[in-house]
Design a protein around this ligand. Structure first.
Ligand SMILES: *Cc1c(COP(=O)(O)O)cnc(C)c1O
Length: 234
């Protein structure tokens, strides 16, 4: 199957799930996750209508940036503070902010470039030790602290990576909890806290995530096929 066909298929599933939740497919942004895929494959996806791509490593963004057609770049993986400076003027949204320390560095670098950086707070409501993100309880504190101390950062919403479940129905509750926090903030917008994105759902669970209120899905495998992680061991 071609990348184009895969994208059409993902869009159909997205549109149907959006309708089941009383929305339109176009209300749910499809971010194509391009990690470990080549600029040629990414350009094929862009030719097929993809407007937003997600990478989880700073180095991969830098390696591919000049070889990919104009598109919006999202940083979706864990971000080390010392690497913020490399991507601050390249990405439109950082999905993985989970500490004030990181937000302050983003704020500092954004100010140097005269821009305001859009970020999402990564929540980990399952409190799995292996994953990054703040607990649902910590989220409120972190959001308040960033809003107060980081004038060049705008908090645009939340991101989560659900625990893997054989049956995505089993993580419905997880998505619903994150949606609840999202709704609290979406109701009261300010300059600094302007919630518009609820980033949840990947290849194996995006339909359930949309049914539970996601408006941004991050899909890699269903578009590009399986990733060859061996090529990472350089
Ligand atoms: C890799 C990745 C995805 C995409 O995963 P697929 O299962 O390939 O769709 C989504 N979000 C994050 C944070 C990722 O690292």
């Amino acid at each position: 199957m071609s990348i184009k066909t895969n994208i059409q298929y993902v869009r159909q599933l997205r549109d149907a799930a959006a309708e089941r939740s009383g929305r339109k497919g176009s209300d749910v942004l499809l971010v194509a996750v391009t990690k470990l895929h080549s600029p040629e494959e990414i350009n094929e996806a862009i030719d097929a209508g993809i407007t937003d791509i997600g990478e989880n490593k700073v180095q991969e963004i830098l390696d591919k940036y000049d070889r990919v057609k104009p598109v919006r770049w999202h940083l979706i993986g864990h971000l080390q503070t010392n690497k913020v400076k490399y991507i601050i003027d390249k990405v439109c949204l950082i999905h993985s902010v989970d500490s004030l320390h990181l937000a302050k560095e983003i704020d500092k670098r954004a100010a140097q470039h005269g821009l305001v950086m859009d970020i999402l707070i990564q929540v980990n409501s399952a409190e799995e030790e292996s994953k990054f993100g703040v607990t649902t309880r910590e989220a409120d504190q972190l959001i308040a602290a960033i809003a107060e101390q980081c004038p060049n950062v705008r908090i645009r919403g939340l991101m989560c990576i659900a625990p893997f479940a054989e049956n995505p129905d089993d993580i419905r509750q997880y998505f619903a909890e994150v949606k609840q926090i999202y709704d609290n903030y979406a109701a009261e917008k300010t300059d600094r806290i302007d919630f518009s994105y609820l980033s949840m759902g990947m290849t194996h669970d995006f339909e359930v995530a949309i049914e539970e209120g996601s408006n941004l899905i991050r899909v890699g495998t269903a578009i590009f096929g399986y990733r060859d992680y061996r090529s990472e061991e350089k």
